[in-house]
Design a protein around this ligand. Structure first.
Ligand code: ADP
Ligand code: MG
Length: 139
């Protein structure tokens, strides 16, 4: 039985451009229930921790700079097969390659500023959700 939730984030660029409402509407319309939600801001160290899997990559420092540049929306999303279905809803990491109708196709500004994050595995969904939300914040 696939994990029934995933962790997602609306990135600083999409928050700055007031895309939060339309993105949340697409998430709900696609059958995800919002189990927890919070607006918060990562500092550079927190962004580095969140993306530590990419620390050897050339884009890492710039990515962490960007991810700590303004508020983000953290989301715990509930749905059967949530991880895979959310990755389908957001589309390819590179918006140029994302399918029509996906969140990244509609709201990404660039490969880095690609509007949203979605967990890529059960292990990461658990790790990321636990980092942002305690039990009392999940309904
Ligand atoms: P995804 O977010 O689709 O899981 P990755 O885990 O590969 O993609 O990368 C994490 C984030 O790093 C991406 O969402 C994007 O913001 C940024 N990123 C990935 N590859 C590049 C790149 N080549 N140049 C700049 N930023 C990148
Ligand atoms: Mg990833």
């Amino acid at each position: 039985m696939p994990l029934g939730y995933t962790f997602a984030m609306i990135k600083p660029s999409a928050c700055r451009k007031n895309h939060v409402g339309p993105i949340l509407a697409m998430i709900n319309q696609s059958g995800f229930r919002i189990s927890a939600i919070r607006s918060t801001k990562l500092n550079k160290e927190e962004a580095e921790h969140f993306y530590e899997i990419h620390k050897e990559k050339g884009f890492y420092d710039n990515l962490c700079e960007f991810m700590s540049s303004g508020p983000i929306i953290a989301l715990l999303l509930e749905k059967e097969n949530a991880i895979e279905d959310f990755r389908t809803l957001i589309g390819n990491t590179n918006p140029c390659m994302a399918e029509e109708g996906t969140i990244r196709k509609m709201f990404a500004e660039s490969l880095q500023k690609n509007a949203v994050h979605g967990s890529d595995s059960v292990e990461n969904a658990k790790r990321e959700a636990d980092y942002f939300f305690n039990e009392r914040e999940r309904y």
